[in-house]
Design a protein around this ligand. Structure first.
Ligand SMILES: NC(=O)c1ccc[n+]([C@@H]2O[C@H](COP(=O)([O-])OP(=O)(O)OC[C@H]3O[C@@H](n4cnc5c(N)ncnc54)[C@H](O)[C@@H]3O)[C@@H](O)[C@H]2O)c1
Length: 380
């Protein structure tokens, strides 16, 4: 946006000054439902703040639509992601780019927002192609399980790209934020408070309030683990168990989230569970959201149709996170012999893989008597 109009020479000079002020260039890596909404949100703020380049590049995993057109062409012509966020204008300054390296070229602020299973491959492709002083933030819910234990997505990004990575999680069903309905989110950071504040400034809107906490693992684990609780809530809905049962599942789930997080990272703070990324996200994903929806359908079919089949049918390209996260967490629980301490997480995985019947979700304590080991007892 020009600072001042008047006189050809002055105009040119002011454009030069303005471009020098624009120190930050934003790239969004991912363009699904939340990817598109987050691009819209930061693009609005980029336009109104002189420190940011107006254009926000959004990397799109290219797809050919049923019309035969490329998704990127349609986004750039209509300013709408017709597949993952129909009927919402992303803004003229969001530019879809199918070339990953081109999308991040010269970017100083990288927003990672793809389904978690694709992140490692994307980061490897980006190795050596991002600015060494770039800052990253992950909006991704999920984790990778390596031989030596769980690896949070923010750590994976830092390890592969050698750049700091904050996280943003919260009670954020993307379609509601797209309609500018009031929501809150939590940014977690490890060392770089200034970077976290900058991210907070970039994401804040009158309808989107961001709180910043010094607990990157706590925030990220909340965002990741709540998807397992949402699967359990969906099963309960499918079984038509009612509100008391669902509230019980949410409470037990939140407790397992807290105990697991503190066992894996003792630095995790209790207060984080009272932020938007904690209890608020558990509530919203257990009431709405895709994990709950597909799990409800799974229970209604009494486990006879697989999660993969229902995901493809009900989500049309969007990805479910809760089932794969339950499998990843189960790997950790098995390796550390913690299954009995986490009966809800264990049961959700066993139901999703057909080992237990759907109604085990409300009988889990019978299948997994709770024998709280010493290490966990302090957190109960
Ligand atoms: N949608 C929400 O309400 C919401 C809210 C908060 C957080 N999140 C998290 O945000 C992350 C991204 O979710 P989303 O909702 O933007 O995506 P989505 O599930 O709506 O869409 C899937 C995306 O993955 C892409 N994709 C498919 N195959 C791929 C491949 N091989 N490589 C790379 N990309 C591929 C698709 O093109 C599409 O952009 C997830 O971790 C999710 O948990 C989502």
């Amino acid at each position: 946006m020009p600072l001042f109009l008047g006189g050809e020479q002055n105009h040119v000079k002011l454009n030069v000054i303005e471009n020098q002020m624009k120190q930050e260039k934003i790239a969004v890596i991912g363009s699904g439902n939340w990817g598109s909404v987050s691009a819209k949100l930061v693009a609005e703020n980029a336009l109104s703040c002189p420190y940011y380049h107006d254009e926000v590049r959004m990397w799109v995993y290219e797809e050919i639509l049923p019309s035969g057109e490329k998704l990127t062409d349609v986004i750039n012509n209509t300013h709408e992601n017709v597949k993952y966020l129909p009927n919402i204008n992303l803004g003229l300054n969001v530019v879809a780019d199918p070339e990953l390296h081109n999308a991040v070229k010269d970017a100083t602020m990288l927003i990672f927002v793809t389904p978690h299973q694709f992140v490692e491959g994307i980061c490897k492709r980006l190795q050596g192609n991002v600015r060494h002083d770039a800052k990253a933030i992950s909006l991704i819910k999920g984790m990778e399980v390596k031989k030596d234990g769980p690896c949070m997505i923010s750590s994976l990004i830092t390890e592969i790209l050698g750049i700091e990575c904050c996280v943003l999680m919260g009670a954020n069903i993307a379609n509601e934020i797209a309609l500018e309905k009031f929501s809150e989110a939590t940014i977690g950071y490890r060392d770089d408070k200034k970077a976290a504040e900058k991210w907070g400034e970039l994401f804040s809107k009158s309808y989107f309030h961001v709180n910043i906490v010094n607990d990157v693992e706590g925030v990220e684990l909340c965002g990741t683990l709540k998807n397992i609780v949402a699967i359990a809530a969906g099963l309960v809905d499918g079984l038509q168990m009612g509100n008391n049962t669902k509230a019980a599942i949410m409470r037990i789930g939140l407790r397992e989230m807290r105990v697991f997080s503190k066992l894996i990272f003792p630095s995790v703070r209790d207060s984080t569970f009272f932020e938007s990324c904690g209890v608020a996200d558990v509530i919203t994903t257990c009431l709405g959201g895709r994990n709950r929806k597909v799990a409800e359908a799974f229970a209604r079919h009494d486990g006879q149709r697989s999660f993969d089949e229902l995901e493809a049918e009900l989500l049309q390209g969007q990805k479910l996170q809760g089932v794969s996260t339950a499998a990843e967490i189960f790997e950790v629980l098995k390796a550390r012999k913690w299954e009995e301490q986490f009966p809800l997480f264990t049961t959700v995985h066993k139901i999703a893989t057909g080992i237990l019947p759907v109604n085990a979700v409300v009988k889990y304590s019978e299948h997994a008597p709770r024998m709280v080991v010493e290490a966990a007892a302090q957190y109960y």
